[in-house]
Design a protein around this ligand. Structure first.
Ligand code: BES
Ligand code: ZN
Ligand code: MN
Length: 508
């Protein structure tokens, strides 16, 4: 049995921070001063360590920096971690998210199981935040920073607490209820993101398509507003989902289509339905068009788009927005074998459109095209798909931004707005007819490979042929967080997309 991943509990409390018995108190500091009266009071009680830190040049309140000091009975907490927030005017929800994350990461490292936080910001002209937004950012940051993927390390629990209890503190009556609400929302989305990281970090021998489907069922079972059904190979064959079947046919671990349906209370036939479609290739070897060996193990993360949808569905069903949402997660393992699909094959997809395979490593679009067409038959009028689809998107945008493409400017704008709110960054690229042109085949309706250039855009152009009159957008997240670039505390999945998709759905 694997270890349990660290359990994070988050609460809000109205109290004088000096009296809170914590193993660590995280206290926000702007570049010029503590972030609020409560933060200033802690510094004063400790004999003004901030003045000494500043005089020595050890800590100036810059973002992503911190200073640890030990109390000696002046306050109830054992340690104080001063956390930099930068200038007051530029401290936004991302700054708070990162500061809370840094504090939680440090608490876990020090086995400080009870963490109190005094963090505020969002007071600049352009960075105004409501208490609700503040609470959500802090709670999400705590979840992110506390996360460690160590379920298969025997000594894991000796190195960290089994559980982190974080308490977001305020001494103000005004805004306390907004803060509390925000913290409870952030605890839901943050926990969903951590869940996504765990499932994504599990390797392909453990997280097969069938195991992923079982995980989805287990996740949905206790949530009344969420239904999960799974199509196994036999049903995929009955439905003629040729794309998914082709990709999955080379593996001993057969393909699945996971269907998650969230229905809000009081929904009628007129309630609009949004589809979220995520690629879940549990391992992408490339198939017969085999990938080079170096770094191939990272292709266990090729299920990350599907997992973003899975975890977002959990957060959505817990936060209960007033739209119907259908999550579709086509899952397969792309392997080379005697039963694999091959270059040259012509596949009849679920939509009836035929596709000539030029490269079996362009497999993601073969699953997504079936799921997009299926979403239509389930009544979706808007579909957003998310996938680790192309190396070309990483070449284009690097590892900090995902690409977004689509056929509906309003939908792209809604996604961009959710991106700004969550800090999960996306960048709009084109996918119009010039890119579709590159996907024309001489022997089938389409081919699965474009030319040499613009690979992210031609892949999206291919998908647009299945979206047709849907309002449709596609997020290519191949570059983002698959390798956990720069996350030294917790390498691996960063759970990209969970907060973005949840935020998007909540504003519809
Ligand atoms: N899963 C990969 C894309 C990928 C590449 C994700 C790098 C993360 C990092 C996808 O299935 C793939 O193999 N794409 C090919 C497409 C090509 C054959 C048109 C690629 O990008 O090389
Ligand atoms: Zn792939
Ligand atoms: Mn591939």
């Amino acid at each position: 049995m694997p270890h349990k991943i660290i359990d994070v509990q988050i609460k809000t409390r109205k109290a004088d921070a000096a009296t809170v018995k914590a193993d660590m108190l995280a206290v926000g500091v702007f570049d010029k001063s503590p972030c609020c009266a409560a933060a200033a009071a802690i510094n004063t009680a400790l004999g003004n360590p901030l003045r000494r830190l500043k005089a020595l040049g050890d800590f100036k309140g810059e973002p992503q920096t911190s200073a640890l000091v030990y109390s000696d009975g002046q306050i109830a907490a054992k340690r104080v971690l001063f956390v930099g927030l930068g200038p007051r005017d530029t401290c936004d929800n991302q700054t708070l998210y990162k500061a809370a994350s840094l504090a939680a990461a440090r608490a876990v490292d020090l086995k400080a199981a009870a963490l109190g936080l005094v963090l505020c910001g969002g007071q600049g002209k352009e960075t105004k935040l409501t208490p609700l937004e503040t609470g959500q950012a802090i709670a999400e940051g705590i979840c992110f920073g506390a996360y460690r993927y160590d379920e298969y390390i025997q000594q894991a629990t000796e190195k960290r607490p089994a559980k982190l209890t974080a308490t977001v503190l305020t001494d103000q009556a005004a805004g306390a209820s907004g803060l509390r609400k925000g913290v409870s929302v952030g605890a839901v989305t943050g926990a969903a993101q951590s869940f996504a990281r765990t499932i994504a970090n599990r390797p392909a021998n453990i997280m097969t398509p069938a195991a992923l489907a079982a995980e989805a069922k287990r996740m949905a079972a206790p949530i009344p507003a969420l239904r999960c059904s799974v199509m196994e190979e036999k049903q995929l064959r009955l439905k003629k989902m040729g794309g998914i079947l082709a990709v999955g046919q080379g593996s001993a671990n057969g393909p699945r289509m996971i269907v998650l349906q969230y229905t809000p209370a009081g929904a009628t036939a007129k309630t609009p339905t949004v589809g979220l479609v995520g690629k879940a290739i549990t391992f992408d070897s490339g198939g017969i068009s085999l990938k080079p060996g170096e770094g191939m193990g990272d292709m266990k993360f090729d299920k990350s788009g599907g997992i973003a949808v899975l975890a977002a569905m959990r957060a959505i069903a817990e936060l209960k927005p007033k739209v119907k949402v259908i999550g579709l997660i086509p899952s397969a393992e792309n392997m080379p074998s005697g039963t694999s699909y091959r270059p040259g094959d012509i596949i009849t997809t679920y939509s009836k459109k035929t596709v000539e395979i030029l490269n079996t490593d362009a497999e993601g679009r073969m699953l997504l095209c079936d799921a997009i067409a299926y979403a239509k038959t389930l009544g979706c009028t808007t579909v957003v798909n998310i996938a680790t689809l192309t190396g070309a998107s990483v070449i284009a945008l690097g590892q900090k931004r995902a690409a977004v493409m689509g056929n509906d400017d309003k939908l792209i704008d809604q996604l961009k707005a959710a991106s700004v709110r969550t800090g999960e960054r996306i960048w709009h690229l084109p996918c119009d007819d010039e890119f579709v042109e590159a996907m024309k085949s001489k022997v089938a309706d389409l081919r699965n490979l474009g030319g040499k250039w613009g690979g992210a855009c031609t892949a999206a152009g291919f998908l647009s042929q299945f979206a047709e009159d849907l309002a449709w957008a596609h997020i290519d997240m191949a570059g983002v967080g698959v390798w956990g670039a720069g996350e030294k505390d917790a390498p691996g999945s960063v759970g990209f997309g969970v907060r973005l998709l949840t935020a998007f759905v909540r504003t519809l």
